[in-house]
Design a protein around this ligand. Structure first.
Ligand code: HMG
Ligand code: MG
Length: 319
């Protein structure tokens, strides 16, 4: 394996001096959840736990661990309670989980969770496929979850999927997406993660949505971005969001990921690719890239296929 330290790359050369980029980015690592929810290979609970341990050891501090969803809908994550029971919890590391409804919240609370994310859809078609609910019904399902979680002092993130278009309804209208995002924050979510679930967005669309959100009173400090890399646009979209002031970015170690309810959703932005760009821009993130690449090479061996990340393949010898 090639060491990034030995290469002395990427060079810190912030290419853009006309805008202020954030000094530090929080990486919200979704590999163990968004990555593994879509795998046909059965990954044992011990391997998942070790994956999370290694990600934390590589310096990642927000590790989305699993989902308390219906095990019939997502059998890959049916072991959520077992996973969390013996999960090492290093100080300063968060392990948020996805929760769709009160049943999921009850299970999460029982497992000792203090940090959850609800996940809404910006389109009717995906709401029905992913949640078995219409747009309005999804808010009714989330309302008691967010209220109870906040009353209990828990942290609550709101995901909004299909923010730039979906496979059934085509391109999304930024004004309606922004209104849906506003609604999640009004429910009590502290942070809004904008999902390009099928990876179709390009930078102009990202700019347009961020402007619509600003017009709805949503600040960039409340926003995270969640890009999938289906069409190779995830990094340019992320860069666009950073230039607009966003400083929380979702990504997945090794580029694992997808959504079982949207066939055209492929891998997430790879955390290694993100880290390479942040290093080049001189933006702090706290991650040891070599340790992370080692982890993704190790996980690729468990999955029996190479990582989708360009950086993992360049540094990890294409494992
Ligand atoms: P439903 O079938 O309408 O639910 O599913 P229901 O309330 O009618 O219940 C049916 C059965 O499921 C009942 O069991 C419930 O107890 C059980 P039965 O009585 O028949 O034996 N059940 C549960 N069991 C355990 N935990 C629960 C739970 N809820 C119900 N929480 C539901 C509705 C929302 C539950 C279902 O549609 C579901 O689980 N959906 C999850 C889909 C999912 O996880 N998708 C992937 C995550 S979203 C994503 O990846 C996008 C994101 O990454 C951002 C982006 O990329 O855009 C976040
Ligand atoms: Mg996703």
């Amino acid at each position: 394996m090639t060491s990034v330290r030995a290469l002395g790359l990427p060079q810190h050369s912030p290419a853009v001096e006309d805008v202020e980029l954030p000094a530090r980015v929080t990486i919200w690592e979704v590999g163990a959840r968004d990555g593994l929810q879509n795998e046909s290979t059965v990954i044992g609970v011990d391997v998942k736990r070790e994956f999370l341990r290694r990600l934390a050891a590589a310096g990642l501090t927000v590790l989305e661990a699993t989902s308390f969803v219906s095990p019939r809908w997502v059998p890959q994550l049916a072991d959520a309670a077992e996973l969390l029971a013996d999960l090492p919890r290093p100080p300063g590391v968060r392990h948020p989980v996805l929760v769709p409804n009160e049943r999921g919240l009850d299970r999460a609370v029982e497992a000792g969770v203090r940090d959850i994310a609800i996940f809404a859809s910006a389109t009717e078609s995906f709401a029905r496929r992913n949640l078995n609910r219409g747009m309005d019904e999804q808010y009714a399902m989330f309302e008691p979850v967010v209220r109870r979680a906040r009353e209990a002092g828990m942290r609550v993130r709101g995901y909004l999927s299909m923010c730039f278009g979906d496979p059934w309804e085509g391109p999304a209208d930024p004004a309606s997406v922004a209104a849906a995002g506003r609604r999640l924050l009004d429910l009590g979510c502290e942070e809004l993660s904008l999902g390009d679930t099928i990876g179709v967005a390009t930078p102009g669309q990202v700019q347009a949505l961020l402007r619509s959100l600003a017009a709805n009173g949503v600040s960039t400090g409340q926003i995270a971005v969640h890009f999938h890399d289906t069409y190779g646009q995830a990094l340019s979209n992320t860069y666009t969001a950073l230039r607009a002031g966003v400083s929380t970015v979702d990504s997945s170690a090794g580029g694992l990921g997808g959504c079982p309810f949207a066939k055209s959703a492929t891998g997430n932005l790879a955390t290694e690719d993100l880290v390479w760009m942040l290093d080049g821009l001189g933006i702090e993130h706290g991650v040891d890239l070599d340790a992370l690449v080692h982890t993704s090479v190790w996980m690729a061996e468990h999955l029996g296929r190479p990582s989708a990340s360009r950086v993992v393949n360049a540094l990890g010898g294409g494992a």
